[in-house]
Design a protein around this ligand. Structure first.
Ligand SMILES: [Ca+2]
Length: 359
């Protein structure tokens, strides 16, 4: 459970970032900004300067293997295995480097974590380690890039890229530079650090190049011929748990990434937090989109519980049955749902989809 302060922050960020072109591609999660979950751009680089040559230091760690890949890394022929261990040791052959691990959930580790070998420049390859940050929904990845210097794997780049979901940087073949094309969320977050005043910021292409020490530094940022539409396009209905005194706690979003009629599906969202037997939940459509909610119910320890409004079949709203007759929510609409729910692990289940509203 996040703290109240965090929740407030999340709501603000969602307001900033979730009404964007491309939201359907990278997710509509309520992520904290990268700055809160990862080191700042300039402070994120940790240089491993000491070569590790002695046999003890080069021993295989006893820690579990987190990630591994096989490919051509060094100049010698034959495939190399690159392994990231649970203690943060990055190993290939006798070379060792130190990866800073993140506090991601198992789910996103499974979905997003990766170690890859890239061609870096004319002379050598590089190892990119991608690890999701600790955000609960659609976390961006933190990328750490390593090259061989002497007998060590030295980190030359360490950066969280994007604010929602995965945006792999491009390593330009053979010239040792790394290119990051800004995604719409990042463009809007950059252009509107506090309020949504700039609705069409240009998206930037950032190029990082090695400095004299071999560390990658931001060398150039140029506008691409694309703009982000910060005031348009998808968000997802927000879900709040309502306490007896009427105060709301933001739980997250539901029907995330369910853009378009063909995407119709059921999704669940954990709504634990209040022990009352009368559970009150507000779903609110806060962005420029139309949500088609076909059915909604609560699940308590695996048992489905319908909203109280569904008790009388004669007056049951459209959201009571998954019959493709949808309750329609326009921007600004909210739906207050009450459930008689026993104690237990509670989830809200919603079925439907949404359609971004275009001006
Ligand atoms: Ca229905």
């Amino acid at each position: 459970m996040k703290t109240q302060n965090t929740l407030v922050t999340l709501s603000i960020i969602v307001s900033l970032g979730c009404g964007l072109v491309g939201c359907g591609l990278v997710g509509c999660g309520a992520s904290a900004p990268a700055a809160e979950t990862a080191p700042a751009t300039s402070a994120a680089t940790e240089v491993v300067t000491e070569a590790v040559a002695d046999p003890v230091a080069n021993a295989i760690p006893e820690a579990a293997v987190l990630l591994a890949t096989t490919g051509e890394f060094d100049a010698e022929s034959g495939a190399d295995t690159v392994t990231l261990y649970a203690d943060g040791t990055l190993a290939v052959g006798t070379l060792r480097g130190a990866v800073e691990l993140t506090e991601a959930t198992d789910y996103f580790m499974g979905e997003q974590a990766a170690v890859r070998i890239h061609r870096y420049d004319d002379a050598k390859n590089a190892i990119m380690v991608a690890l999701p940050t600790s955000d609960q929904e659609d976390p961006p990845n933190r990328y750490q890039l390593f090259v061989q210097q002497g007998d060590a794997l030295v980190k030359i780049f360490d950066q969280v890229i994007g604010v929602y979901g995965v945006h792999d940087p491009e390593i330009r073949s053979n010239d040792g530079s790394l290119v990051i094309d800004e995604d719409p969320h990042s463009a809007c977050a950059r252009a509107n650090p506090e309020t949504m005043t700039e609705t069409r910021p240009p998206m930037m292409r950032h190029t990082w190049r090695p400095n004299a020490d071999g560390q990658l530094e931001l060398a150039e940022s140029v506008e691409m011929d694309r703009v982000a539409h910060c005031d348009q396009l998808p968000a997802c209905p927000f879900v709040y748990l309502v306490a007896n005194d009427g105060s709301e706690t933001f739980m997250g979003e539901i029907l995330r990434n369910v853009v378009g009629r063909d995407a119709y599906q059921a999704q669940t969202l954990a709504v634990d937090g209040l022990s009352a037997e009368r559970v009150r939940i507000t779903m609110r459509e806060e962005k420029a989109e139309i949500t088609y909610l076909d059915e909604v119910h609560l699940v308590v320890d695996g048992v489905a519980i319908s909203p109280r409004a569904c008790d009388d079949s004669a007056t049951a709203p459209r959201y009571c049955a998954a019959d493709h007759q949808a309750h329609v929510m326009n921007e600004g609409d909210e739906l207050v749902l009450e459930f008689d729910a026993p104690a237990g692990s509670r989830e809200l289940s919603a079925t439907g989809f949404y359609i971004p509203r275009h001006d």
